[in-house]
Design a protein around this ligand. Structure first.
Ligand code: C2O
Ligand code: CU
Length: 506
């Protein structure tokens, strides 16, 4: 669907045909879309209820200090910890989470990947009002599908502070057997060290104009220094070029830097389910465990036909679950910050030996990482064949130079959220084609739905789109409301690479 371009020039030039254009724009933009509190939203939530238990959760967002191997960084976090507490519930449960805001700014909680009721999706001002400092908000929704999810604010670049945590929905009939279930949150970190994410966003938005001299011969591995090393251009063939816009002094696994790593212990021969979450702001990670093969069993919560490999590539917002069988010894757990010449590090230990952190890259396997492209959905979660009712084309546009990331050439504006909105009708099979017209990769995320890559690919809610390439996905429009769809590079999203996908009133 193409949204007419209503520039002032078009308006001035228009005649009768313009009136028609305007009417179409008004109809895609506003009154015909359901709101977050409309009847169909409530009806969809009722259909999800299955009389499970109620899981009560208290989250307090506030200032806290964290220790990065001896360096104190003050940040914002949930319940005083980074990452926030792991929330566990069982499928069918009602999750009742009270968020108390002790931050100096408005905030919300978005439950990433959960097909939940739209008015609990945490996107102000579209699905709720922002939660002001000192106030609380009660989130309540049904946990509809098992899997590995996470939560973070949907206000500015707050998620690039410490505000993020895992949400694990257990399956009472879990078919996988394992001895341990470990969550590993991968993160890039700068808050309270070089700058705050808000300051980074301001710098990035100034663009690269006037910086020609500093760019040297391009981005390839070079260093773009500006304002004390805030930004650094980087590159990786895995991501088709530029890997990120932001320089981070630390990469963390479960909130801990390489100098003070998290340690996981198990017995040799035990099977461990790893739930790996990329909670970064601007960094893709290549995850591996030295001396171990990884068997990927799920991505973004949904089961895939198992695939074995040495490493996994995760864009921001993506999750992968993998099984390992623990060997005898001590091994590095590595989250290579792709294209950024640094890594997160933790330790897997089944005896008293000590692993070598490996500073030269030798611990990262030479084989290609597992990506969504090599996975297929488990039969139980493959969308059934049917004809496509609606085709939507989304072009990802803009670039690093002007920092004008957008969709279809326009920057999303939260004060006019329905400008350029896409629409579907409840019950439709929708084909979404995401064309990346930029020179950089983007992890593209759709709220409230889990799409399928291609026809038999994995079910996901966040997927990497490489520069110059298109990704085609299918989903069923079965969760009415107003849903954000955006790049999960938080700086791209906040500078405009976002749009609303809304359900039409029937
Ligand atoms: Cu992780 Cu708009 O979300
Ligand atoms: Cu992006």
């Amino acid at each position: 669907m193409n949204i007419p371009n209503l520039t002032r020039r078009n308006l001035l030039l228009g005649g009768a045909s313009l009136a028609a254009t305007f009417a179409l724009a008004a109809c895609t933009g506003g009154p015909n879309l359901l709101t977050a509190t409309s009847g169909p939203v409530t009806a969809a939530e009722k259909a999800r209820r299955r009389g499970g238990r109620t899981t009560r959760i208290q989250l307090t967002a506030g200032r806290t200090d964290i220790d990065l191997a001896g360096r104190t960084a003050s940040t914002w976090a949930y319940n005083g910890q980074v990452p926030g507490p792991t929330l566990n519930a069982t499928v069918g449960d009602t999750i009742r989470a009270r968020l108390t805001n002790r931050l100096p700014k408005d905030t919300t909680v978005h439950w990433h990947g959960i097909a939940l009721r739209n008015d609990m999706d945490g996107v102000p001002p579209i699905t709720q009002q922002p939660i002001a400092p000192g106030e609380s908000f009660d989130y309540e929704f049904t946990a509809d599908a098992p899997g590995t999810y996470w939560f973070h604010p949907h206000v500015g670049p707050q998620l690039d502070r410490g505000l993020q945590g895992p949400l694990i929905i257990e399956d009472p009939r879990e078919p996988l057997g394992y001895d341990h279930d470990w969550v590993l949150v991968l993160d890039d970190w700068l808050d309270g060290v070089t700058a705050t994410p808000d300051e980074v966003l301001v710098e990035l938005k100034k663009g690269m104009n006037g910086m020609g001299g500093m760019m040297g011969g391009g981005h390839d591995g070079g260093t773009l220094t500006r304002d004390g090393n805030l930004l650094r251009g980087t590159s990786s063939s895995l991501l088709g070029g530029d890997s990120g816009d932001v320089y981070y002094p630390y990469y963390l696994i479960n909130g801990r830097p390489a100098g003070d790593p998290a340690t996981f212990t198990a017995k040799p021969g035990q099977r461990v389910r790893l739930r790996i979450i990329n909670a970064g702001g601007d960094t893709a990670f290549r995850f591996s465990v030295g001396g171990h093969r990884l068997t990927v069993t799920h991505t973004d919560g949904y089961p895939v036909n198992p695939v074995e490999g040495d490493s996994i590539l995760l864009g921001m917002g993506e999750r992968y679950d993998a099984i390992i069988t623990v060997a005898d010894g001590a091994f590095p757990i590595i989250a290579e910050a792709v294209g950024k010449a640094d890594r997160g590090f933790a330790v897997l230990r089944s005896n008293q030996g000590s692993p070598t952190p490996g500073t030269d890259g030798s611990a990262v396997p030479g084989t290609s990482p597992i990506t969504a492209a090599v996975l297929s959905a488990a039969a139980s979660d493959t969308l059934r064949q049917r004809s496509i009712d609606r085709r939507i084309d989304i072009a990802l546009t803009g670039g690093m130079m002007k920092y004008d990331w957008g969709i279809n050439g326009a920057a999303f504006d939260m004060s006019h959220p329905l400008d350029g909105a896409y629409s579907v009708r409840e019950g439709e099979r929708v084909q979404l084609t995401i064309a990346n017209q930029t020179m950089m990769w983007h992890p593209f995320h759709v709220h409230g739905h889990t799409f399928q890559l291609g026809t038999g690919g994995p079910r996901k809610d966040t997927a990497i789109v490489l520069p110059g390439q298109s990704l085609r996905v299918l989903f069923d429009a079965d969760n009415p409301g107003l849903w954000m769809t955006h790049c999960h590079n938080i700086y791209h999203a906040e500078s405009g690479m976002m749009a609303v996908l809304g359900y039409e009133k029937s």
